[in-house]
Design a protein around this ligand. Structure first.
Ligand code: PEP
Ligand code: MG
Length: 319
């Protein structure tokens, strides 16, 4: 029985009508790679590299980072590993960087913006990732991209470091988690190799509700049609240019959201390790044709509650 369960975990997630969805795990540390693979993850769709930078007086050296990223790449045994560059700032300040006083840190120097303001910090991380890329399949992902300017600036720095190291080129994707990135997805898709939708921040910024707000949590449902329409725009724009789209926010692990994301055409879902097996099982039980129908209905709903009440959705959520 246990052996059969393990076998099932490793089988790909293919819908009843034959569509394959990649299911990956969100991780932080290299030690998690083996657990993720054992749970059936087909790689990591989000490595939150922040843990390496927080709660310390000095930034991690290139060697320290290289060692960790190499162990991650090896732990995943050649499966794709999407390494997100430092996503600090906002509510996560760094001790070794002088942050400006900000009344609204979530609207301030966060994510890629901070990396571009501290280019040596960014270059060091990029060099470590490029070197680790020789030991597995590492892709770089840029957080909090709000438009083409920052994507271009980052790509210039990445290419300079790559050329200096004479390293193989590496895919560079972006998180779509700021509404402007979803709106401009057609142009961003020309210059990014892939997208991963960060629904935690995308929901926060679209609905203007702090994701950690003590009392307004109920107002920030990622199944809000406003968020779903941005996801739909993003997927269409990406696919029109041959780019793949993942979702790495918490929404991917919501049994009601997964069928809608599939129905909108998302190619990959990345969830925490304990959610991997259940998500794969759910995908195997549902039909893409049905998911697409429900997803279209969701886009025409007026509210998140209406989406959650869609008659066809409950059945797909219980698949
Ligand atoms: C997101 O914003 O959805 C996301 C995956 O990133 P984080 O939760 O780390 O901000
Ligand atoms: Mg985010």
């Amino acid at each position: 029985r246990a052996a059969a369960a393990r076998q099932a975990a490793f089988r790909p997630a293919v819908t009843r009508d034959g569509h394959r969805i990649e299911v990956a795990a969100n991780v932080r540390r290299p030690e998690e790679a083996l657990d993720a693979v054992a749970a059936g993850a087909e790689g990591s769709g989000l490595v939150r590299s922040e843990f390496l930078f927080h709660d310390r007086a000095d930034p991690p050296s290139e060697e320290e980072q290289f060692d960790l990223y190499r162990r991650l790449a090896e732990g995943f045994g050649g499966l794709p590993v999407v390494l997100r560059t430092l996503d600090a700032g906002g509510d996560k300040p760094l001790r070794f960087v002088s942050h400006p006083a900000e009344a609204n840190p979530f609207l301030g120097l966060r994510g890629l913006r901070l990396s571009l303001a501290e280019p040596e910090l960014f270059r060091t991380q990029v060099r470590a990732a490029l070197r680790a890329g020789r030991h597995g399949d590492i892709k770089l992902m840029l957080p909090m991209v709000d438009g083409l300017d920052d994507l271009r600036a980052a790509r210039v720095l990445i290419e300079q470091e790559r050329a200096a190291l004479d390293a193989p080129s590496i895919e560079v994707g972006i998180m779509v988690e700021v509404p402007s990135a979803a709106v401009m997805a057609d142009q961003l898709a020309e210059e990014a190799d892939f997208f991963s939708i960060g629904t935690n921040d995308l929901t926060q910024y679209t609905l203007a509700v702090d994701r950690q707000h003590p009392t307004m949590g109920a107002r920030s449902d990622a199944l809000d049609p406003a968020v779903l329409r941005l996801i739909d725009m993003t997927v269409r724009a990406a696919h029109a240019r041959g780019r793949w789209v993942g979702v790495c926010g918490n929404m991917a692990a919501d049994a009601m959201a997964a069928p809608i994301l599939l129905g909108l055409g998302v190619d990959e879902l990345s969830v925490s390790i304990p959610n991997v097996a259940a998500l794969k099982a759910q995908i195997r039980g549902l039909s893409m044709a049905r998911a697409a129908t429900v997803a279209r209905q969701a886009l025409s709903c007026g509210t998140a509650a209406e989406v959650r009440m869609l008659p066809g959705l409950r059945e797909l959520a219980d698949a």
